[in-house]
Ligand binder design. Structure first.
Ligand code: ATP
Length: 235
């Protein structure tokens, strides 16, 4: 569904991504594992049209999105949940969610999308009128993902969604990603929590200093001694 190739990003002379090739299929969770500064955030931002990239090929459901502006990429069916969530703390949960429905592709189905989002995150339905900044970290992450889902995406990009969450809340969050996949949405996930993400993901890629250095099914990556040493804390 999402096919990316020849993707390079440079900040001045610093090359953050070099000829990256990845793909995400329908109903697939794909995780990108990499150390700090390896280019994971740049990868998501480049796909979402937020940072400039060189002549990459990016297609979403067969449509070329490489040269599109960020808002047109949302209209084409791709939504990014940035690291740090990017929700509006002074606004209520409802207002945050409805902001996500601004995309033209989502406006006509706002009610259905809201119902679907609340069925994925039932806890939010009791908190609709609460200011987002009075919610817990896990609840705020649900609002951020919920807002992205309100644009009715075909594919969801998530940057470090479990950052700062307790193990229990983290478990709930990863379970909700499984439900999002079942709803037919592809998920591209950047995560520090390799253990949890390899439990839920179908496939994954390894990124080192801006280059893809490995890929495989989640099971293959879990069993790979180099992955175990680098990301799973196995000696
Ligand atoms: P982290 O896990 O620490 O967030 P990351 O894997 O997401 O890291 P990126 O944020 O994509 O990595 O950064 C990749 C490289 O590009 C880093 O060396 C970073 O310092 C650099 N970089 C990122 N954004 C910019 C920018 N706006 N200007 C200059 N350099 C940048």
């Amino acid at each position: 569904m999402l096919e990316v190739s020849h993707l390079s990003v440079a900040y001045g002379k610093h090359r953050a991504l070099d000829d990256v090739k990845i793909s995400v299929g329908e109903r697939e969770i794909v995780v990108i594992l990499g150390a700090n500064g390896s280019g994971k955030t740049s990868l998501l931002k480049a796909i979402a049209g937020i940072v400039p990239k060189s002549a990459a090929k990016i297609s979403l459901s067969g449509r070329d999105i490489a040269a599109m502006r960020a808002n047109d990429i949302v209209e084409a069916g791709l939504a990014l949940v940035p690291e740090g969530r990017g929700i509006f703390g002074e606004l209520t949960v409802r207002e945050n969610l409805l902001l996500g429905a601004y995309a033209k592709r989502a406006r006509a189905k706002e009610k259905e999308n809201l119902e679907r989002t609340l069925s994925l995150f039932p806890k939010l339905s009791q908190r609709m009128e609460q200011a987002a900044n009075t919610m817990s970290g896990g609840e705020q992450q649900m609002v951020a993902i919920g807002r992205a889902l309100m644009s009715a995406p075909d594919i969801l990009l998530l940057d470090e969604p479990s950052l700062g969450l307790s193990p229990l809340v983290c478990g709930e969050l990863f379970a909700s990603l499984g439900k999002i996949r079942s709803a037919g949405i592809g998920v591209l996930l950047v995560e520090q929590n390799a253990k949890r993400s390899l439990q839920i993901a179908d496939r994954g890629y390894l990124i080192e200093t801006g280059r893809i250095t490995g890929e495989g099914s989640a099971a293959q990556l879990r069993d790979d001694p180099a992955v175990q040493r680098a990301y799973l804390g196995v000696e």
